[in-house]
Design a protein around this ligand. Structure first.
Ligand code: DAH
Length: 339
């Protein structure tokens, strides 16, 4: 009988399983209610007294190693065979991963950058937290200048010198301070104004500033450049320049593009005129050039600034500007995927 038990011990030690079913069959064979080990225990009373000790120890050994083996095999099966046992195909491609989409602001911004880079403009950036000099004073808006009221400003804490930039024109100043003409640059970025939030305006939005400084730059160059832009951006090159006022340009103008009056939306957007205002522009004021160490007798230039959010609303027919900053996935998913 002892020999028989030893044979079983060897069998348990050698046992290998190919599936969870085989492990279960093995468990039942040895440790099940009617299994080998219980059979031995029932035999125990018939064993001669002097053999009881040796016999008992042998059965216990068999019992322990059988249980240990089942435990071990089950653990192995759980980790290594979980992919195979149910017949799953591990070469199958994974679940699709959503790659997200570009934000409409980025789409419009990238388009504007593309259009101007084709005619030699580079991209420059500046800080959103600005000082008074770059946002106002250097741009011909000295302290107490009434035109400062055109842009309601967020100041940082109590320091009236530090503020959130109200326009990207501040980057013009930084660029001219650090680069010599000829200059052709556009500066996209976020700007802030202390305005009530509604469907049509927000306390932060985005602008692109354009700056061109060289010898003999004229107003005609400005108009040509803008016409090229509106043609590329909207497929429309009929524009008009209305006299306007900005402290940093002289003369200054507001640019309208002829949108047309073909649909009811055209009517609504253009208030029945067919014209849509898209940006401000002008010839850089000599005072601004001087403030940035550029000689106005040698150089001249033009500048323009437009709102990206407004163009995104127009292009995609978005009715509420707040959607652009709410990060609602249902809204964002409607734009083309990021690549
Ligand atoms: N900075 C102006 C604004 O935020 C926009 C602007 C107008 C920029 C005329 C210019 C410009 O460069 O020449 O309203």
């Amino acid at each position: 009988m002892i020999d028989k038990i030893k044979e079983y011990i060897a069998e348990v030690e050698d046992f290998q399983a190919k599936s969870k079913e085989e492990i279960e069959a093995f468990r039942i064979k040895f440790s099940g209610k009617k299994g080998i080990i219980n059979d031995f225990f029932s035999e125990f009373r018939n064993v001669a007294v002097e053999q009881k000790k040796e016999f008992g120890q042998a059965i216990n050994t068999l019992k322990n190693i059988a249980e240990e083996k089942v435990k071990l095999l089950k653990e192995e099966a759980d980790t290594s065979t979980q992919y195979q046992s149910k017949g799953e195909d591990i070469t199958r491609p994974g679940e699709p991963i959503s790659i997200g989409s570009r934000h409409p602001i980025s789409l419009v911004k990238n388009n504007i950058i593309d259009i101007f880079s084709r005619i030699g403009f580079n991209v420059s950036e500046g800080p959103e937290i600005e000082d008074d000099w770059h946002n106002f004073t250097a741009l011909n808006l000295p302290e107490y200048h009434p035109a400062r009221d055109m842009q309601d400003t967020f100041f940082i804490q109590t320091d009236p010198d530090i503020l959130l930039r109200t326009h990207t024109s501040s980057v013009q100043v930084r660029y001219m301070e650090n680069n010599k003409p000829p200059i052709r640059t556009i500066s996209p970025g976020r700007v802030y104004r202390n305005e009530a939030i509604s469907a049509r305006s927000h306390c932060f939005f985005h602008q692109v500033e354009g700056l061109y400084i060289d010898k003999d730059v004229s107003f005609a160059d400005l108009k040509q450049t803008l016409q090229y832009f509106t043609q590329e951006m909207f497929g429309k090159s009929k524009i008009r320049l209305r006299p306007s006022y900005f402290p940093f340009t002289e003369p200054s103008a507001e640019v309208d593009v002829y949108w047309g009056l073909e649909t009811e939306t055209d009517y609504k957007m253009t208030k029945g005129t067919g014209w849509l205002e898209i940006m401000g522009c002008g010839m850089v004021d000599p005072n601004v050039l001087k403030n940035c160490n550029i000689d106005p007798d040698e150089y001249s230039g033009f500048a323009f600034g437009m709102g990206i959010d407004r163009i995104a609303l127009l292009q995609y027919g978005i009715l509420d500007i707040r959607l652009l900053s709410e990060n609602d996935k249902r809204f964002l998913d409607q734009f083309i995927p990021a690549l």
